[in-house]
Design a protein around this ligand. Structure first.
Ligand SMILES: Cc1ncc(C[n+]2csc(CCOP(=O)(O)OP(=O)(O)O)c2C)c(N)n1
Ligand code: SF4
Ligand SMILES: [Mg+2]
Length: 308
């Protein structure tokens, strides 16, 4: 299938971390040698959400907070696609937090990339749910009075089976994390520390680079669950939580946890519909040979008594 090349150019502010993330996405997709027509990026609304227009693949720019349900529908109707969710920290930790929680429980084979800049960039710098209490960025009149959500700890708590954190300006390392997240069988969550030089003058490039370190530089760090034993899962989760809590003078990046022994949502469906992968909904014909619709939605709706 020919794919029309998208030619839109990024219009993020100079120095925005989103440029680094975009490069890492390009690198990861190229490394995996994925065909553009087999990749689907789904974003919410925000500066981060514009990413889908700059990648030569399928894309949907949806509603603020709703990229996860949209992506879940795409993946379940066509399980052969690599579906990647692009969301801001407002998108995924604020208005869409409930969707993130339930994505973890379901373990749908999605890769969620969260652009974590501590602010609502597109709407001019209000505090996002990841901004720490007491922090006053230049866009805030007074210091933030809310406590912050820790995205890594939240993702671990709700059942994501791959949890990592990257840094926008370390493109090579971030590309590696995105690649591993896409390869992972199950729901992957990557928290991406992303400087926003326009509105967040606290968590800057210099601030991060004085603090971040790589988990994998510790030769004893092993985040991957290698057997389905409860003891091993508990041990790997506990060490992931402990490292995930670390924030301040030292901030870890890398893979915190990976477990492929949890059945994916697609595998759970297979138990009920053995033909699901061979004949997923996307391949079901909508029209018969005479052009009439095969699926009569009205009768389904009436049957369920949605309409009187
Ligand atoms: C339902 C709804 N509520 C509010 C908005 C306004 N709005 C647009 S983007 C945004 C916040 C974006 O912040 P974030 O998700 O962190 O993305 P960033 O711009 O920082 O990348 C808000 C509140 C909207 N578009 N739709
Ligand atoms: S407002 Fe911040 S996040 Fe948005 S494009 Fe500018 S620097 Fe990037
Ligand atoms: Mg944001």
């Amino acid at each position: 299938m020919d794919f029309v090349e998208k030619r839109r150019r990024p219009d993020w502010c100079p120095g925005c971390g989103d440029y680094g993330i975009l490069q890492a996405i390009y690198q990861a997709l190229a490394d995996l040698n994925l065909d553009p027509h087999n990749v689907f990026l789904v974003s919410g609304i925000g500066c981060s959400a514009k990413t889908i227009h700059y990648v030569n693949a399928n894309g949907a720019h949806t509603l603020h907070g709703r990229p996860i349900p949209y992506a879940t529908g795409i993946k379940l109707s066509n399980p052969n696609l690599e579906v990647i969710v692009i969301g801001g920290d407002g998108d995924l930790m604020g208005i869409g937090a409930e969707h993130l929680v339930h994505a973890g429980r379901r373990n749908v084979d999605l890769t969620v990339l969260m652009y974590d800049n501590g602010v609502y960039g597109l709407t001019k710098g209000q505090a996002s749910p990841t901004l720490r209490r007491g922090v006053k960025t230049k866009a805030l009149a007074k210091p933030n009075i809310y406590d912050a959500i820790n995205p890594v700890v939240l993702a671990l708590s709700v059942g994501f089976t791959f949890v990592a954190r990257g840094y926008a300006y370390d493109v090579k390392h971030l590309a590696y994390l995105i690649r591993e997240g896409i390869r992972h069988r199950g729901s992957a969550f990557i928290d991406i520390l992303q400087p926003c030089p326009t509105y967040n003058d606290v968590n800057t490039k210099e601030w991060y680079e004085a603090r971040i370190y790589k988990l994998e530089n510790d030769p004893n760090w092993d985040p991957v669950v290698k057997s389905p034993s409860e003891e091993e899962v508990e041990r790997k989760l506990s060490q992931a939580f402990l490292r995930g809590m670390e924030w301040g003078d030292k901030i870890p990046i890398g893979i915190f946890y990976q477990n492929e022994y949890v059945p994916t949502y697609e595998e759970r469906i297979l138990e009920k519909m053995p033909n699901y992968l061979k004949a997923p909904p996307v391949l079901s014909p909508l029209f018969g040979p005479d052009g009439s619709t095969i699926v009569n939605i009205e009768s389904i709706i009436r049957e369920k008594e949605v309409w009187p």
